[in-house]
Design a protein around this ligand. Structure first.
Ligand code: AMP
Length: 190
């Protein structure tokens, strides 16, 4: 089973993707995590991505599409995967369709965590403040979070109608408790 979890930064995609991985054994594919690992390792991709990520902007489509395509080819993904943070543009969504078709794979579910943006902003500002000095992510500052939300609206939200048109999109209440959101996802996945 192959799934996409969609929603703005801070909506809980990462937490829920991790839970699906633990419960169903599907592999969580987080482009944000992979890019942070590339930055930490100082690879070519990491060097290109670092300043873009620090500003809260999007890394070029061809880079993330390449990373995902290579990762899906690894044997552990054969049992299925959860895309977390990808696709983030309509061009990435289109590239994903072409890529999956070429690999003989399909998407089973596209699940949107629908959230109240104002409440979300407060939630992620608190997360940034709590992380404070000890923060591990350079992009978890209130300023960068505003930029990331703006980028979400401009570049990522247009992929919702893309998947709605295809008919495999379902929205759930992302403002519910973590356990309730997990239950709603489990119901969809069956
Ligand atoms: P995330 O951990 O998903 O919030 O991603 C952190 C940062 O990595 C984002 O703000 C972007 O700079 C970059 N990034 C992650 N996934 C993508 C993607 N699919 N397309 C472009 N940039 C991405």
């Amino acid at each position: 089973m192959n799934i996409i979890l969609l929603g703005p930064p801070g909506c809980g995609k990462g937490t829920q993707a991790q839970r699906v991985q633990d419960r169903l054994g599907l592999i969580q594919l987080s482009t944000g995590e992979m890019l942070r690992a590339a930055v930490a390792a100082g690879t070519d991709v990491g060097q290109k991505a670092k300043s873009i990520m620090d500003e809260g902007k999007l890394v070029p489509d061809d880079i993330v599409v390449g990373i995902i395509s290579d990762r899906i080819d690894e044997p552990d993904c054969a049992k299925g995967f959860i895309l977390d943070g990808f696709p983030r543009t309509v061009a990435q969504a289109e590239a994903l369709d072409v890529m999956l078709e070429a690999k003989g794979l399909k998407l089973d579910h596209v699940i949107e965590l629908a959230v109240d943006e104002a409440a979300l902003f407060d939630r992620i500002k608190t997360r940034a403040a709590e992380a404070g000095e000890g923060q591990t992510r350079a992009d978890d500052t209130p300023e960068t979070l505003s930029k990331r939300l703006e980028v979400y609206h401009e570049k990522t939200a247009p992929i919702l109608p893309y998947y709605k048109d295809k008919g495999n999109h379902k929205a759930i209440d992302g403002m519910a408790s973590i356990d309730e959101v997990s239950r709603a996802i489990e119901e969809i996945l069956g």
